[in-house]
Design a protein around this ligand. Structure first.
Ligand code: ADP
Ligand code: RBF
Ligand code: MG
Length: 155
């Protein structure tokens, strides 16, 4: 995929509320405008990368891009599960991400348990891959410090 790594940011909006409740795996959803701006070669599927809320710490993430075949969604979504435990929700805040690699295609499953098992396996793959030296430096890039950059540029 020529467009990787792909950097983007956007507001965290509400989805169907299924991630936390049904799967126990919350996913921060991007607005339609961010989804529509995806380059054509970033196909639907499951990806891994780095993510930061506001200008807070950068964490590993897994992301699902597509129509969630298990749920047969009508609208294409970009959902990020940040591999970190947050004390509170962060709806309305700006989520910055860099997508660095592809894991697999989206699939339908014959049970909710199989979907959850697949997501946990994606999470361990992402954790392992992101420990590689080639991905480590990305989490320290200026892209993840938007506020500090603005202040410095103004002086
Ligand atoms: P929705 O359908 O509205 O996206 P989810 O059940 O998927 O609802 O929960 C997503 C929300 O949970 C995010 O928008 C965010 O505010 C919060 N959240 C808490 N922890 C995380 C996390 N580790 N990764 C992603 N979102 C999280
Ligand atoms: N939904 C699917 O229908 N099929 C999948 O293969 C699938 N894989 C996912 C992998 C990851 C890492 C994540 C975070 C989500 C995945 N989802 C998948 C989306 C899931 O159904 C969705 O996050 C919930 O429905 C909450 O919106
Ligand atoms: Mg969600």
């Amino acid at each position: 995929m020529r467009s990787l790594p792909y950097y983007c940011r956007g507001e965290v909006v509400r989805g169907f509320g299924r991630g936390s409740k049904e799967l126990g795996i919350p996913t921060a959803n991007f607005p339609e405008t961010v989804v529509d701006n995806l380059p054509g070669d970033i196909t639907t599927g499951i990806y891994y990368g780095w993510a930061s809320v506001g200008s807070r710490d950068v964490h590993k993430m897994v992301m699902s891009i597509g129509w969630n075949p298990y749920y047969k969604n009508i609208k294409k979504s970009m959902e990020t599960h940040i591999i970190h435990t947050f004390k509170e929700d962060f709806y309305g805040e700006i989520l910055s991400i860099v997508i660095v690699g592809y894991i697999r295609a989206e699939k339908s499953f014959d049970s909710l348990d199989s979907l959850i098992t697949a997501i946990y396996s994606d999470i361990s793959e992402a954790k392992e891959k992101l420990d590689l030296p080639e991905y480590q430096s990305m989490k320290d890039e200026n892209f993840f410090r938007p506020i500090e950059n603005k202040i410095m540029n103004g002086h």
